[in-house]
Design a protein around this ligand. Structure first.
Ligand SMILES: C[S@@+](CC[C@H](N)C(=O)[O-])C[C@H]1O[C@@H](n2cnc3c(N)ncnc32)[C@H](O)[C@@H]1O
Length: 252
């Protein structure tokens, strides 16, 4: 009764009084520090914060990506899970290249030699469908690093790396991948998300995975619509990751 009355005042202010359920926590937890975090006060395991991951989150990676450690962890585990799957690496929306660098680093450590296709305008948004993407996005937004800098960052003697500049869908013709093992799609907007998703689903090997960065982010609702349409067309389902903007598709 008190909670209901209080919530009449609190909820319009964006707050809510909730009952706290007592948790049974073994004491002491061996890695207790990994169960707390500024992003969520709930006691959740956050493996990406453990020291074992620090060596992967180098300045070359963290200094050149918009992705959090949590999101990079999803990419890393997906690369691990697809290590035996035939096909190339693909990324739509490479930005400054930090996430791509991590994908290449981990593939090398796993002993997986792959071709990598990394696509971006390298000039931010250059085409917007205002009716779908909304009026909150504008040409030239999301401009990260120029292509030359990304080529330098992704230089890799053991991988066959292709950094392709220009607008998706047009540049997809330059991607000579018959099979894709793992794809990361992070272009925010409807048209390139739709085209890149279809392109990948046409080529995704059984056991292959796609991580969509923008699925749960309301500002990218148009990207989610594009992904849902493509998934229906290809009869695929995905998992929207709780407490993240990401979603994951695993091809059976
Ligand atoms: C959120 S950023 C990518 C962030 C990056 N994955 C990272 O790790 O930081 C989105 C990217 O999509 C690119 N982009 C948007 N529309 C595009 C299109 N039609 N073709 C190619 N790239 C596009 C932008 O230039 C921008 O770099």
């Amino acid at each position: 009764m008190f909670r209901q009355l209080a919530n009449r005042i609190l909820v319009p202010l964006g707050l809510e009084l909730v009952r706290r359920h007592p948790q049974v926590i073994p004491d002491p937890l061996p890695d207790d520090a990994l169960y707390t975090g500024p992003e969520d006060h709930a006691r959740l395991f956050r493996p990406w914060r453990s020291p074992g991951f620090d060596r992967w989150f180098t300045p070359a990676v963290l200094g050149h990506t918009m992705l959090s450690r949590q999101k990079l962890y999803t990419l890393m585990q997906s690369i691990r899970l697809t290590r035996g799957v035939p096909g190339d690496l693909f990324e739509a929306g490479t930005g400054s290249g930090g996430a791509a660098r991590l994908m290449l680093d981990l593939s090398r450590e796993l002993g997986v030699k792959r071709r990598g296709w990394f696509l971006d305008t390298f000039a931010g948004y250059q085409k917007i469908d205002a009716a779908r993407d909304g009026s909150h996005v504008a040409i030239d937004q999301c401009k990260l690093a120029p292509r030359d800098q990304v080529i330098e960052l992704l230089r890799d003697p053991l991988a066959d790396v292709h950094v392709i500049a220009g607008l998706i869908p047009g540049t997809l013709d330059e991607v000579k991948a018959d099979r894709i093992a793992f794809a990361h799609i992070d272009v925010n907007l409807h048209e390139p998300t739709a085209a890149a998703t279809r392109f990948c689903l046409e080529r995704l090997s059984p056991g292959g995975m796609i991580v969509f960065d923008d699925y749960n982010w309301p500002a990218c609702y148009a990207a989610r619509q594009a992904i849902d349409v493509a998934c229906r067309e290809f009869k695929q389902e995905l998992i929207s990751l709780p407490e993240s903007t990401q979603a994951v598709l695993f091809r059976q």
